[in-house]
Design a protein around this ligand. Structure first.
Ligand SMILES: Cc1cc2nc3c(=O)[nH]c(=O)nc-3n(C[C@H](O)[C@H](O)[C@H](O)COP(=O)(O)OP(=O)(O)OC[C@H]3O[C@@H](n4cnc5c(N)ncnc54)[C@H](O)[C@@H]3O)c2cc1C
Ligand SMILES: *[C@@H]1O[C@H](CO)[C@@H](O)[C@H](O)[C@H]1NC(C)=O
Ligand SMILES: *[C@@H]1O[C@H](CO)[C@@H](O)[C@H](O)[C@H]1NC(C)=O
Ligand SMILES: *[C@@H]1O[C@H](CO)[C@@H](O)[C@H](O)[C@H]1NC(C)=O
Length: 614
């Protein structure tokens, strides 16, 4: 005790933020670093902490995680489900925006990204669902052996400990659960909300009244229709379970694992060998004003910086399309044309009706005594509005479920030249990959086993998300300065098919509120507005209102080199030894779901790939 106290006061006297005992592996100064680690992991978010945890199971591995952000301080905005998402725009957010988009009203749409131990799992809305088996089978259809649904399914299960819905929840909401599709010994806690906003009931009956099916448990690969989703939530405390609290905490006392925060990796160090380029270490710095530091690696560098910063780091290190690198005079270390291409994100548009529901989330802001009572209820009984991250019942709909225009959309897509809406400087191999994707996307428009739109319902607001965008953007450097934000172009709505799908989705939302279950609450359309009726006006609304659903991916895609792949099926970057990418950058095509469970599953798979080759 005395020694601890002395050490703490010494630490304070030195102005150091010393952390003790249970967190002995958190390094607080560069002086504590070893010169060499077996594995250096760049980014301590969802994928980085998953891989760090699994590699540290072997005590012989010396592993360093370098994270640009800091630890959160157990703020309510992080922990309380009813406040999920409110850490967006704080110090835990990179505060990025996409470049101005002529196809979305020349707006710079914001794209929050987590900057903390836990990454975006601290900012996210806690929806823990999975896509349809057909969505992942496309990944293997693109030539990636071992990347289909049947291959990934065991990793989805491995990542979670799932708790079934309570008897009360089943009795009141008829939430289906199939134990066989869930995990029972993973690090991430998956559980159902104890309480659901009451207007959800009317949305569920409106959809079932329209013939929308409810799969018994959508997590088994049958994620089409309407369903109640689990959350990344600890069922005992009703607080967020995230990559820090799940994967980091469980591994933090393992001897070989170290983490340093507040350091931004600025460059990969490479050397040329007879077999080509090889990564030997990474350079990082606390800020643009501090002296950069280098740590070496004896085995591998593992990129887990997320789909926007991973391609930035590759390009800063001379790994990418020579034509793009030469614009900034960056010497080519490895010619990998796919880096930064194939960029995809889910986007949504709101369709808003005001309804006479007796109790909605708006009561929390309008009525301070109701808010205070609700917080007291959460604090004492862990139920009520603050126990609910919202988005409990989700609809994932194939085209035929929400529009009579599926065949028209399909023939429109069939008639497209797949290259028309790609960036003019897209490399040939990337175009060839996209041609295959385009054919799969086209088939999807008349398929019934995969969803084209998602609807998240809150009290009359339809958050309507496009699930299989045809548009592809890119991420490239703004400058050679590693502290400058990269230029990320989401290309939202570049391909007119994406716009048309959302126009049809607005019409569907209008028909949903006209069903007896919702018409009883006198819905009045606030956006786009009842007077917005022509397809041209609806299109203009879509372009002006589109926002991100926070799922950037695809910028260091798995695939053959000939088809624009950046990593092979073992996550190894082409042309560079000792380098892997394990984050959402490797996704070939977005699945119709919120993507964190897929990121955890893919990172679990990556950890196995790394272990089996070491
Ligand atoms: C606001 C928001 C809401 C979301 N809601 C949901 C949801 O409800 N359900 C769902 O399934 N998914 C949701 N997501 C998506 C999900 O959280 C992400 O897909 C997932 O976290 C991606 O994991 P990742 O490992 O690729 O990146 P991240 O988890 O973002 O981790 C990347 C880490 O790398 C660090 N880093 C970046 N560059 C560097 C560098 N140069 N040096 C050192 N460190 C660096 C970052 O600081 C970060 O910690 C949401 C995301 C956001 C932002
Ligand atoms: C993001 O913006 C908020 C609010 O302006 C600010 O407090 C925070 O420090 C910013 N984050 C970063 C990483 O700069
Ligand atoms: C919630 O808001 C509605 C509509 O304004 C109101 O009728 C109702 O009394 C409110 N209930 C509470 C608990 O604040
Ligand atoms: C505010 O909420 C309280 C319950 O906390 C309720 O009794 C009261 O009627 C509500 N006020 C309004 C104006 O709805």
């Amino acid at each position: 005790m005395h020694r601890l106290w002395t050490a703490r006061s010494a630490g304070l006297a030195l102005g150091l933020n010393l952390v003790f005992s249970a967190h002995g592996r958190i390094l607080t100064s560069n002086a504590q670093l070893l010169p060499t680690y077996d594995y250096v992991i760049v980014g301590g978010g969802v994928s980085g902490l998953t891989v760090a945890n699994r590699l540290s199971e072997d005590p012989k591995n010396r592993i360093l995680v370098i994270e640009a952000g800091d630890f959160d301080q157990d703020e309510d905005s992080i922990l309380i489900p009813g406040l999920a998402g409110t850490a967006v725009g704080t110090q835990y957010d990179w505060n990025l925006t996409y470049v101005s988009n002529p196809d979305a009203g020349d707006r710079e749409v914001s794209i929050p990204q987590g900057k903390a131990v836990g990454g975006s799992s601290l900012l996210n809305r806690m929806t823990l669902d999975r896509g349809s088996s057909a969505d992942y089978d496309r990944w293997s259809a693109l030539g990636n052996r071992g990347w289909g649904w049947a291959d990934l399914f065991p990793y989805f299960k491995k990542s979670e400990t799932s708790t079934p819905p309570s008897d009360e929840l089943v009795a009141e909401w008829d939430v289906g659960y199939d134990e066989s599709v869930h995990g029972s010994s993973g690090y991430l806690q998956s559980s159902y909300t104890p309480w659901i906003w009451p207007s959800t009931k009317h949305f569920v009956s409106a959809l079932t009244g329209l013939g929308i099916q409810i799969p018994h448990d959508a997590a088994g690969g049958d994620a089409v229709g309407g369903y109640f989703t689990p959350h990344n939530q600890d069922p005992a405390t009703i607080t967020r379970s995230d990559a820090r609290r799940a994967y980091w905490t469980a591994a933090s006392s393992r001897p070989g694992l170290s983490l340093i925060t507040g350091r931004r990796v600025t460059r990969l160090i490479t050397k040329q060998t007879a077999q080509g380029a090889k990564v030997t270490g990474v350079e990082f710095a606390a800020s643009e004003y501090s002296t950069p530091k280098v740590v070496k690696t004896s085995k591998e560098v593992i990129l887990a910086a997320g789909a926007i910063h991973t391609p930035q780091l590759l390009q800063l290190s001379g790994i990418g399309d020579p034509a793009v690198l030469s614009e900034l005079d960056i010497a080519v270390v490895a010619d990998v044309p796919g880096v930064g291409r194939n960029f995809q994100d889910h986007l949504y548009i709101p369709v808003v009706f005001s309804c006479d529901f007796p109790l909605t989330a708006a009561n929390l802001t309008a009525n301070t005594s109701f808010a205070a009572e609700s917080m007291a209820l959460y604090n004492t009984h862990r139920t009520g509005p603050y126990s609910d991250a919202t988005g409990d019942f989700l609809a994932f709909l194939p085209a035929e479920s929400f529009t009579t225009e599926a065949a028209t959309l399909h023939s429109l897509a069939k008639d497209q030249d797949s290259t028309t809406y790609l960036d003019p400087d897209t490399p040939r191999s990337v175009k060839e990959n996209y041609a295959i994707q385009h054919a799969l996307l086209t088939d999807g428009l008349i398929a019934t086993d995969q969803a084209q739109i998602e609807i998240i319902w809150t009290d009359g607001t339809f958050i309507t998300g496009l699930q299989h965008p045809f548009s592809r953007g890119n991420v490239r450097l703004a400058s050679k300065d590693p502290f400058a934000a990269p230029l990320a172009d989401s290309a939202f709505l570049r391909n007119p098919i994406d716009v048309k799908i959302l126009v049809e989705a607005i019409k569907f939302a209008r028909s949903v509120v006209q069903t007896p279950s919702l018409a009883a609450f006198n819905p009045v359309e606030a956006a786009p507005g009842a007077d917005v009726t022509s397809d041209a006006d609806l299109e203009a609304y879509v372009r002006g209102a589109a926002e991100s659903l926070f799922h950037p991916s695809g910028t260091a895609v798995v695939g053959t080199y000939e088809l624009g792949g950046v990593v092979d099926t073992e996550f190894r970057v082409y042309g560079v030894q000792g380098l892997r990418v394990v984050d959402a950058s490797v996704f070939p095509m977005l699945p119709a779901t919120h993507i964190q469970s897929s990121v955890y599953a893919v990172a679990e798979k990556a950890a196995d790939a790394i272990k089996s080759s070491s």
